[in-house]
Ligand binder design. Structure first.
Ligand code: NAP
Length: 320
């Protein structure tokens, strides 16, 4: 089968399309034929070995995909050949025609949802749900600022928060992005590139601020978030690409919590709950992943450039 392989850490050019042996499912394993593969920012950090967290070389990148079960190993129950699934983690890497998985990594993909949309589920929607529900404990009737709402995680957060009865404020850097954020359910949309854009948030909330901030670029926004979080509020750091100086007095005065979150810390029981909720959201139509661009698997390098560029409005997927 064809797979993208990384044999040295570096820029997008280290992603090479190669012929590799087709994996066979052992006992307790499932083989999935990928129809679409999700590209996430974390795939680029691992490829470049940021923070020394790169996988052991050589490796096949990726955690997110959607496709059809090709074969099941001995002892596998609850999933069978021909089932449509989305994949949340693999044993062999997702940037490939086929991926070997543990059954717990597979989730049903309703027939109304495309494979490209299924490939947009795991990291983006899992992160949005874990941040809003498990970390921030967001409740119906509260307000949330999705600071960076036009990307994969942000659009997921807007849809999940809206479906759960929160008042949703979202930001985007382009006109097209802001239109999309509004279409996907945000009650109010702001331009994170405009001077003084958070003054408008304070006006919209009667000066009180928001109960929750889901932050996609903390190194730029954390100090500003302290100015717009309500007393007793929660700021969840989801994305960060550098350092920032903040005045901790802002947190003290607001009696607020600044919460870090990383999806890879979610416990197996939490992951099971997250995906049960996400699958139900796909079934009932409250979750509708937005695909920005589909590229052939061979163009994984271009996909890694695109995912780090501003203004791509939704999810970038690879088609094997
Ligand atoms: P993405 O699809 O590339 O989206 C990036 C988002 O950031 C876009 O909405 C972009 O808006 C927005 N942005 C750009 N400049 C901004 C600013 N000044 N203020 C606020 N937002 C701004 O990426 P993603 O997959 O949604 O991931 C978002 C971030 O979360 C990434 O840094 C990623 O590494 C991180 N992440 C963390 C976890 C975790 O477990 N902690 C999991 C998944 C992702 P415009 O393009 O409209 O300007």
């Amino acid at each position: 089968m064809k797979a993208i392989r990384v044999s040295e850490y570096g820029g997008p050019a280290v992603l090479k399309l190669e012929e590799v042996p087709t994996p066979q499912p052992g006992p307790g394993q499932v083989l999935v034929r990928n129809h679409a593969v999700g590209v996430n920012p974390v795939d680029t950090y691992l490829r470049a070995n940021v923070d020394n967290r790169g996988p052991k070389l050589p490796y096949t990148p990726g955690t997110d995909a959607a496709g059809v079960v090709e074969a099941v190993g001995a002892g596998v129950a609850g999933v069978g050949q021909g089932d449509r699934v989305y994949v949340g983690g693999t044993l062999s890497g997702a940037y490939a025609e086929l991926a070997l998985c543990d059954p717990a990594q597979l989730h049903p993909l309703p027939g109304t949802v495309s494979f490209a949309q299924g490939a947009a589920m795991n990291i983006p929607y899992g992160t949005a749900y874990h941040a809003l529900v498990d970390r921030a404990r967001g409740e119906a009737g509260e307000s949330v600022l999705v600071h960076g709402a036009s990307g994969g995680v942000g659009l997921g957060a807007v849809q999940i928060a809206r479906a759960r009865g929160l008042t949703v404020l979202g930001t985007a850097g382009t006109e097209r992005g802001r239109r999309l954020v509004a279409e996907q359910g945000a009650h109010h949309v702001l331009d994170h590139g405009a001077p003084g854009y958070l003054d408008e948030l304070l006006r919209l909330t009667g000066g009180r601020g928001v109960d929750i901030v889901l932050e996609m670029l903390a190194n730029v926004n954390l100090q500003k978030d302290l100015g717009v979080v309500a007393t007793g509020g929660r700021i969840v750091v989801i994305g960060n690409r550098g350092t920032i100086e903040i005045n901790p007095r802002g947190a003290m005065n607001k009696n607020c919590a600044i919460l870090g979150m990383a999806l890879y810390h979610a416990a197996p029981r939490q992951l099971a709950g997250i995906h049960a909720a996400l699958v139900e959201g796909l079934r009932n139509g409250t979750l509708r992943p937005v695909v920005a661009e589909e590229l052939p698997l061979a163009r994984a390098g271009r996909a890694h450039e695109a995912v780090m560029e501003a203004g791509h409005h939704g999810k970038i997927v690879l088609i094997p």
